[in-house]
Design a protein around this ligand. Structure first.
Ligand SMILES: Nc1nc2c(ncn2[C@@H]2O[C@H](COP(=O)(O)OP(=O)(O)OP(=O)(O)O)[C@@H](O)[C@H]2O)c(=O)[nH]1
Ligand SMILES: [Mg+2]
Length: 587
């Protein structure tokens, strides 16, 4: 049997809290009876139904009542409170595309004579209601039936509905006599609206196979606007690299993140509206979210909410080609997933479809947890084997006394391109983040007939998820075991200085990366030559090259020659070098 309070299935208490008044049993009964009423499917509202609501409203001392109906004319929810207070939670709403309305309309009572307020209209937009009908109940002129019960008097009525992409989000009618409103055809109205929404969607050329994302950032005190923009630009690049489309970016200035939802509650609401307006199906935050934050946010906005780490993990998962790469990515993903298992799933399970949305029940979760743990230990073991294998490879290389130089740098700096140009190879290089996941080593013969081994490595990124760093340890050891590092910087990137700092920081955190580091500014073909001279003054020891045009690569070869000579001498003096560093690693 349907209850008056449909949201929590706890009768009446919710309303008593919202309005400071408990409901008397006979009042509850009247509300309950509303569930038995049924409107003709084509009617927006009937005069009888409106008057019945007006009368109940009077009997409840003019507390507002909101009734929700589906398109078959059935009452599916009754609440004492404004449309804003009685909203249907996002996860209980049917999941619809941006071209559809929810198939639910709300009829609400009020005592004022004005049309629906901002909050009520916002609630309509959040739920994508077919329509919002506001009935103004007169306090004075309610007339009495012979039996003594008030019938309620509806002074005027308003019809409000959403608008496809106009200057305003909704349209509110002038005050209408009830009779006129009752003549409105519901089907005609919603068909016309959905038709317009569909056409608008075609104009926007939304690709329905792609994730359509809204980015959310937080500017904490102490963070400059430029820093935030850099973070959000990079986040956008990451989302695009992962195959998503960025529809819009939203940010907020705040002391610090709110513990519940990162951004404040008003901003969450703005976000939820934007999701509706743009037909987004994904929200991406610029920072790592706790499981409970994800839960609250998903409940409020009604679509999947992910954090930056998940996007990065997703990219790695898509990029991984080799067995080793796949192994490492799977390990990272599972380690990320495990602590988040409990929260995910249940809130979103009703929405169905899409990654991370199918929620198993609690027992199944427990089983899955154990299965995942087993899988993680197995993967760790395999990653360890991989590590040993790489170690043997390196050992062989070191035995051959050819110095190893690792090319490191921020993702997309041009590391693979540099390796390709220098060694005439065809390692995969592309204008993508994390084009390279697996290190590749190539032999480079220098003009003096000496050789070095150049190793291309996975790109760096600020605040890489720790699970990834752990999982890619085997790969990163190529860096820690190299005799020297070439730190490649994309000088044409607006945040090149920030990227240098990020890479230096990560390298400093690797205790074994002790070899000399040579800074190589790349992509100089894309920067203003005058400005380049200024940078040269700032970094007198750096090299300035273009990997695509080959400019100044001779200088780089020369530098490598000197490096190799110095290393060769060092190698000669210290034959134990390789075994001692390996011993250190085993601990
Ligand atoms: N104009 C110009 N473009 C360059 C230069 N070097 C690399 N690129 C371009 O920059 C993009 C990234 O190059 P990659 O070599 O894949 O960069 P990477 O550092 O290996 O990137 P990840 O493997 O993703 O970390 C590609 O589109 C290259 O063509 C250069 O000197 N000048
Ligand atoms: Mg690369």
């Amino acid at each position: 049997m349907p209850r008056v309070s449909t949201a929590s299935n706890q009768p009446s208490q919710r309303f008593a809290n919202a309005h400071g008044k408990g409901l008397k049993p006979y009042q509850q009964k009247q509300l309950q009876r509303l569930y038995q009423l049924r409107l003709p499917p084509s009617s927006l509202v009937t005069v009888e139904f409106a008057q019945r609501l007006g009368s109940i409203c009077q009997e409840l001392d003019y507390q507002p009542i909101s009734v929700y109906l589906n398109r078959r004319g059935q009452v599916i929810r009754v609440g004492v409170g404004s449309p804003f207070e009685t909203q249907i939670p996002a996860w209980e709403l049917p999941r619809q595309g941006a071209e559809r309305l929810s198939g639910i309309r709300c009829i609400t009572t009020q005592t004022g004579l004005e049309g629906p307020g901002q909050k009520a209209l916002t609630a309509m937009a959040l739920q994508r209601l077919d329509a919002l009908i506001t009935l103004s109940v007169s306090k004075s002129s309610g007339h009495l039936r012979r039996g003594g019960t008030a019938t309620g008097f509806i002074e005027r009525a308003y019809l409000a509905h959403l608008l496809p992409n106009g200057d305003s989000r909704w349209l509110v009618s002038d005050p209408l006599p009830l009779g006129l409103l009752a003549e409105q055809d519901l089907q005609e109205l919603v068909e016309a609206l959905e038709d317009q929404f569909r056409r608008q969607l075609t104009v926007r050329q939304v690709d329905l196979d792609q994730d359509r994302a809204i980015l959310v950032g937080l500017q904490e005190s102490g963070q400059s606007s430029e820093d935030l923009m850099d973070v959000l630009t990079e986040l956008g690049r990451l989302v695009e690299t992962a195959g998503g489309q960025v529809l819009q970016t939203l940010w907020q200035k705040r002391e610090g993140p709110s513990s519940g939802t990162v951004i404040g509650s008003g901003k969450v609401q703005e976000l939820a509206l934007l999701v509706q307006d743009l037909g987004a199906n994904l929200v991406v935050f610029d920072r790592e979210l706790t499981p409970s934050q994800v839960r609250s946010l998903e409940a409020a906005v009604g679509v999947r909410v992910v954090d930056r780490s998940e996007v990065i993990l997703d990219i790695f998962a898509q990029r991984a080609r080799t067995r080793a790469g796949k192994l490492q990515v799977e390990l990272a993903q599972l380690e990320y997933l495990l602590p988040r298992l409990a929260g995910r799933g249940r809130t979103m399970s009703r929405l169905g479809g899409g990654i991370g949305t199918r929620g198993p029940g609690e027992t199944q979760l427990e089983m899955e947890r154990r299965a995942i743990q087993r899988r993680i230990s197995k993967l760790r073991q395999q990653v360890q084997e991989l590590r040993n294998h790489r170690q043997r490879l390196r050992q062989r290389r070191e035995g051959s006394q050819i110095p190893v130089v690792a090319i490191v740098g921020y993702t997309n700096a041009g590391k693979s391109t540099l390796l390709n140009t220098l060694t005439h190879s065809e390692v995969y290089a592309a204008d993508q983040l994390f084009a390279t996941l697996d290190p590749t080593t190539r032999r480079l013969n220098l003009p003096n007939h000496q050789a070095v081994l150049l190793t291309d490595t996975v790109g760096f990124l600020t605040e890489l998820p720790e699970q990834l760093v752990d999982a890619f340890q085997a790969t990163l050891e190529e860096v820690t075991e190299a005799d020297a590092l070439l730190h490649v910087v994309d000088l044409s990137h607006p945040n090149w200085e920030g990227q240098i700092a990020a890479v230096e920081k990560l390298l400093d955190e690797m205790p074994l990366a002790t070899g000399p580091r040579q800074l190589v500014f790349n992509k100089i073909d894309r920067v203003d030559p005058e400005w380049l001279e200024d940078v040269r003054l700032l970094y007198p020891k750096a090299l300035f090259v273009s990997s695509t045009t080959g400019e100044n690569l001779d200088q780089l070869r020369h530098t490598l020659m000197n490096l190799a000579l110095a290393l060769g001498m060092k190698g000669g003096e210290d034959p134990d070098r390789c075994s001692s560093s390996l011993a250190g690693e085993r601990n």
